[in-house]
Design a protein around this ligand. Sequence first.
Ligand code: FAD
Ligand code: DHB
Length: 401
Amino acid sequence: MTRTQVGIVGAGPAGLLLAQLLHRNGIDSLVVENRRRDYVIDRVRAGVLEQGTVDLLIALGVSAGLCRAGLRHEGLHLSFGGKRHRIDLAELTGGKAITVYGQNEVVRELIDARTRTGRPLYFEADHVSVDGLDSAPVLRFEHDGAHHDVQCDFIAGCDGFHGICRPSIPEGVLTVFEREYPFGWLGVLVEAPPSSHELVYTYHERGFALFSMRSPTITRLYLQVPPDEAIGNWSDEAIWAEMLARMTTEDGWQPNVGPVLQKSVTPMRSFVAVPMRHGRLFLAGDAAHIVPPTGAKGLNLAASDVLVLAHALKSFYERGQTQCLDEYSDVCVRRVWKAQRFSWWMTSTLHRFPDDSAFDYQRQLADLDYLTSSRAAMTSLAEQYVGLPPEVSFESAGLNV
Ligand code: FAD
Ligand code: DHB
C-alpha cells in the first residue's frame, strides 16, 4: 500500500487544477485518469473562460499558451429578428471580459505543468475504485498490469458526470436535482477564419445557433438539434445549410464556410448533487453538477470548486482546522445554483422548445428586445457572463498575486 495526502480521480480541468493548487501549497497528491493522454488533450469542449478562471491560471503560472493565443473578448452579440445586438461586457462590468481559449489547450498545459512537478499522474488506469470514505480512504486502480492501493487522507472526485466517485457514495446520502432539455447541441470545428471578432448567440425560428472560434483560422459553431440526434444524420452540406439559414443576418453577416474538421452531438442537462462531500470524499466540477452549455459556465464552475477545496485543504494541513472542509459543499453550492439559474435562463431565452406556441415565440422575441435595450438587463447578463466574484481569495488558497 502506497500513501498520498490527496487522491485525485480524473485528469480533466478540475483534477489537474486541484493538483497544481495543492502542489503550490506543499500538499502531495496522486492523479489517476482512465483515458489515454491524447484523448484527454484532444477532446473538443469548452471555449469560454471567465475573468476569474484566467486570473487563476495566470496566478498558477500555467498560462503561457493562454497569454499568447487566448482571445480576450470585451463584448458578445445576441442575434434575433435578423439583427445582431452587441452587449458591451467590459463597459457594463467595469472592465471585465471573457477569454476564448480551448479547454483542451488549458488541459494540455496543466498536464505539462503536472509532469514537470514529477508527482504521479497515471493515464489509462483500469478498474478505478474508492472505498473507506468514512475514515480511511483507499484509492485502487490497475495500471500497466500492476494493482495499486493508495491510502489517502482525502479523495477528490474530479471524474466528471460519468465517473465512479459520485456513485460510490452510499444510497440515500445525496439529493439530486435534475432537468433534461428537449434538445442537444451539434458542434462543429471548422477550418475558416472567424467572420466576427466576438461570439454571436442566435435565436431563430428554426432554433438556436452559436458562433464561436478557437483561433484566427478556426471557427467553432453549434446548432440546436433534437436531443438524441445521430451525428450520421448530418452531412457537412446539411450542417452548412442549417447554420447559414439560422445565422445570416439582414446586413449579410454569416460565418465563413470551410472544411468541417470535427463534429459531434452533446445532450443538454442541468444536474446538481448535494452535498458535494461524503466523509473524506469531496466532489468537484462535473462530478457534482452539470449545466447546459449556453451560459459557458461548466469549466469555470469546476475551477471555482477546486479553488475553494484547495483553500480548505490548506487550512487543514497548515492549522489543523476542519471548518473550511465542513463548509466546502455549502460554499460551492451557492455559486453552483447561481450558475444553474443563469445557464437555464440563457438556454430558455435562446432555444426553441418543441411545444412552443406562436405566443411563446413572440414573447421570447420581446424578452430579447428588452434584454438588448435595457441597460439594467444587459448589466445583469454581463456580470453573470464574465463571472461572479470568487468565493475565496487567491492569497488564501496559497497563490501570490
Ligand atoms: P471532465 O472534463 O469531464 O473531466 C473528468 C475526467 O475524469 C475526464 O478526463 C474523464 O476521462 C475522467 N474519468 C471519468 N471516469 C473516470 C474513472 N472511473 N477513473 C478515472 N478517471 C475518470 N464549460 C465552460 O465553462 N465554458 C464553455 O464554453 C463550455 N462549453 C462546452 C461545450 C461542450 C460541447 C461541452 C460538452 C461542455 C462544455 N462546457 C463548457 C463544460 C465543460 O467542458 C465541463 O464542465 C468541464 O470539462 C468540467 O471539468 P471536470 O474536470 O469537472 O470534468
Ligand atoms: C463555446 C461554448 C459554449 O458553451 C458557449 O456558451 C460559448 C462558446 C465554445 O465552445 O466556444
